[in-house]
Design a protein around this ligand. Structure first.
Ligand SMILES: [Zn+2]
Length: 310
């Protein structure tokens, strides 16, 4: 699977630029995470949000990329301190070996009390080396937690966030073309399939610059010119990945309600109003004392809250 995010990625960067933006290595990291999250969402076709997070112990405290089943995406990062140009991944998020990467699948139809599925891995490889590329972190994650051979190439700059995903799908059941059970057992042995290894090696030879500048057909032909190639377009009705935020005035009100009346009244006494900014899209939600009081009235008596995105 191959993805190139352009307009939506640029819109995301424009919105974050309004609140100061990110150092270049951080925005490149966010772009790579987003491209990977879109690829994973496309791969598993999960009916819920896929959230890819890095919890850092360096200047980057957290980086989040989130993709909905309709491929709207958003991302944000919290940066405290300096991030110099060209610093490796570990200097941003794994300075003291405490950095973590988490993938969360949060189903749309989650029952009350049901926890979303989450897998977490440290930012180290199998020989306990610090991983310096997001693609290495995710390949390691897939192998460790899903037992899936995966090759990922990711790249981002201020114009485009792009990724190529190669994954060996376990061959099981009637449709397995490899024949005997013994052949199947061989096939399913991680890292031992010749076809997969050849394709994965070719994919890994894709240069960052090529991924950022070449269109999908050119990339496929350049990498796999000796292979029979059949390109599948996204199915009818599947929308293109695009920027979109799931925040709303109603959700902010629910958050304020959970803070409690005393906390909210404290803020009102101090600031005259409660103002909440969405860190993903920059929308600002303002609650004056009347709005705030309404939150704590019986919610059934109110007209439906409208959402407001500026
Ligand atoms: Zn938002």
């Amino acid at each position: 699977m191959l993805v190139r995010l352009t307009d939506g990625w640029q819109e995301l960067l424009r919105r974050h630029a309004q609140s100061g933006g990110y150092p270049r290595p951080v925005s490149d990291l966010l772009g790579e995470m987003l491209a990977a999250a879109v690829l994973m969402q496309g791969n598993i076709k999960f009916n819920g949000s896929l959230v890819l997070q890095v919890f850092g112990d360096g200047p980057v405290k957290v980086a989040v990329a989130e993709v909905q089943p309709d491929f709207t995406f958003r991302a944000t990062a919290t940066v405290l301190g300096e991030v110099a140009d060209g610093v490796p991944l570990s200097h941003m998020v794994n300075v003291n070996n405490q950095g973590r990467c988490a993938i969360t699948l949060d189903p749309k139809d989650r029952m009350p009390g049901q926890q979303p599925y989450q897998g977490v891995v440290p930012l180290f490889g199998s020989r306990h080396e610090k991983l310096e590329r997001m693609s290495d972190v995710l390949e390691h994650y897939m192998l460790q937690s899903e037992q899936l051979d995966t090759r990922l190439v990711l790249a981002a700059n201020e114009h485009i966030a792009a990724g190529l995903l190669i994954q060996r799908i376990p061959t099981t059941g009637e449709a397995n073309l490899s024949g005997t059970a013994a052949a199947q057992a061989r096939e399913d042995a991680i890292g031992r399939n010749e076809d997969y290894n050849r394709i994965a090696t070719l994919a890994a030879s894709l240069k960052r610059e090529e991924l950022l500048t070449l269109d999908a057909d050119t990339i496929l032909h350049r990498l796999f010119w000796q292979e029979p190639i059949q390109r599948f377009e996204p199915p009818e009705g599947v929308l293109r990945p695009r920027f979109g935020c799931t925040c709303s005035r109603e959700r902010v009100a629910a958050m304020l309600e959970s803070l409690g009346v005393a906390e909210v009244e404290g803020i009102l006494a101090e600031q005259g109003q409660v103002e909440i900014g969405c860190e993903f899209c920059g929308a600002r939600y303002v609650f004056d004392p009347v709005d705030a009081a309404q939150i704590f009235l019986s919610r059934q008596d109110q007209p439906p809250a409208s959402s407001q995105v500026q």
